[in-house]
Design a protein around this ligand. Sequence first.
Ligand SMILES: *[C@@H]1O[C@H](CO)[C@@H](O)[C@H](O)[C@H]1NC(C)=O
Ligand SMILES: *[C@@H]1O[C@H](CO)[C@@H](O)[C@H](O)[C@H]1NC(C)=O
Ligand SMILES: *[C@@H]1O[C@H](CO)[C@@H](O)[C@H](O)[C@H]1NC(C)=O
Ligand SMILES: *[C@@H]1O[C@H](CO)[C@@H](O)[C@H](O)[C@H]1NC(C)=O
Ligand SMILES: *[C@@H]1O[C@H](CO)[C@@H](O)[C@H](O)[C@H]1NC(C)=O
Ligand SMILES: *[C@@H]1O[C@H](CO)[C@@H](O)[C@H](O)[C@H]1NC(C)=O
Length: 491
Amino acid sequence: MTFSILNLLGGLTLAAASMLPQSWPSVSYKTEPFTSPLLNVTRTGPTAPGLIWFSPAVFFPQQGGPPTSELSPFLVTQEGEVVFHGPNYPASQPDFFANFRPQMFSNGTILSYYLGQFGPSMEQALGNVTFLDSNLMVTNTICLADYPSYIPGGKDYPCKVDLHESRRLSNDRFLVTTHNFTQTDLSAVGGPKDGWVTDSQFLVINPYTEEIYFKWSSLDHLDKLPYFHINSVDEFENGYVISARHFSSVVFIDEHGEVTYRLGGVDGQDFKLDPAATFGYQHDVHARRETDGSIMVTMYDDENYDVPPISEDKRSSALSVRLDTKDMTAKLDRRLFSNDTVQAIGLGSWQDQPNGHVFVGDATFPSMSEFDENNKEVWNMRYGFTGPGSFRAYKFTDWKSTPSYPPKVFAESLQDGSAVVHMSWNGATEVASWRVLAVVGSNATFVDVGTVKKSGFETSYTVNREGVKEVMVMALDADGKHLSTSVAFSL
Ligand SMILES: *[C@@H]1O[C@H](CO)[C@@H](O)[C@H](O)[C@H]1NC(C)=O
Ligand SMILES: *[C@@H]1O[C@H](CO)[C@@H](O)[C@H](O)[C@H]1NC(C)=O
Ligand SMILES: *[C@@H]1O[C@H](CO)[C@@H](O)[C@H](O)[C@H]1NC(C)=O
Ligand SMILES: *[C@@H]1O[C@H](CO)[C@@H](O)[C@H](O)[C@H]1NC(C)=O
Ligand SMILES: *[C@@H]1O[C@H](CO)[C@@H](O)[C@H](O)[C@H]1NC(C)=O
Ligand SMILES: *[C@@H]1O[C@H](CO)[C@@H](O)[C@H](O)[C@H]1NC(C)=O
């Protein structure tokens, strides 16, 4: 049994500590134990409305990493304020989060994130997808515990969902990627007769019962291709569009799983590829039919990957390519370069906005960007120097959350007799202001001592009265309606 091909592809390079970059500023809070990365926003034009979802993760340890509490799912405003700082995991665990985003089901929108770890190779991960409702309570976990895939190494992974895709499809079906290690004759590709390969698969399931409606296996439908690595799948008409990263290839399949078109990023494969539209090691591929009958393919074109043959440091971009299936041509539509020089070795996303803008996750580079319809970068948010990256980044408008847990409050007395009250409510989207209540002097009851406009994740307010003994805060919405009250804090 050999894992040489897998290990070659997964080649994780560990950097010497001295190579680790300087640390990016962290933001700490009085009301919460975690820290968040500073979110540095540059805005040079109007942007699409919406909140932003992303999940920094250290996929490539050579890039260095912040504290684990900053490797978490984040919901933030486009002004760079944290709205929701998600869970984190102990630093001793190799887990990471990915694909934090809203999923629009017909009975309401939920948030989902992936949590897992790499298996025997960095090819694919093993973990689960968690759903959170609008009270930020966990309502569902997709685990595939009983999925009959084989994972060598003897380690018992509780869940078998891969990191690369977790997506609601039409009719409330849900798509996840998974994989199987399977014994295959690799002599045709210069490997052993009894070699092992990763069979990249995707499943269309009921996310609540895990009933499988459709399974697609790369080994069943393509010739023995050990490097076939699915890193995105989406619906396209009655079938699907798959990104096969190691082949720098986009594969269209029909509803039976049969390949219909292949678009090769280097040689075009079934298409005559415009030299301006070449791509490599791409992520997050989507396709849509345009009114003129052409197919628009959008993606993040990484261009680089850290496995042999290591490419030169090429500049990464967000890319759209127009396919004409009559004359079988593939022409450049848009290529969007961020102002920062991004030379990504993985990850990245392209998301169309309703106003024609494109929201781009800058892959392993710690930033995201928005481009207007004239391809001008109108907004950028940076959250690190050289890492960590976020698998993808998303911007959506329709999300409101009111946590089931209460807001938090913390207060400290100052020498002049006044007290500073700090308040936050992790994940609440509807808070506009805070009412501060306090027990002051000889009065035994809470009295209203002021109202303060919400400002960022944590708001502070100074109570200019002597002898503040206890404080409590009430979260109010834009109409002044009471949402929730914290517990009392004794000074
Ligand atoms: C954030 O952006 C400002 C303005 O561009 C810059 O001066 C500052 O150095 C940036 N902060 C970090 C940590 O890079
Ligand atoms: C939506 O439907 C699913 C499946 O019936 C159910 O489990 C879930 O709780 C529902 N969600 C909401 C928000 O009602
Ligand atoms: C989900 O996956 C994580 C990471 O592997 C694991 O720690 C956790 O126990 C799993 N949760 C469930 C409900 O299976
Ligand atoms: C995994 O591969 C083995 C053969 O090596 C096969 O018996 C098993 O059914 C496969 N599982 C899945 C889920 O494809
Ligand atoms: C990026 O650079 C272009 C060209 O200099 C400029 O017009 C645009 O405003 C810049 N965008 C950001 C977000 O810095
Ligand atoms: C003491 O509390 C009562 C309400 O119980 C309130 O009417 C009064 O103004 C408070 N006094 C001070 C000094 O805050």
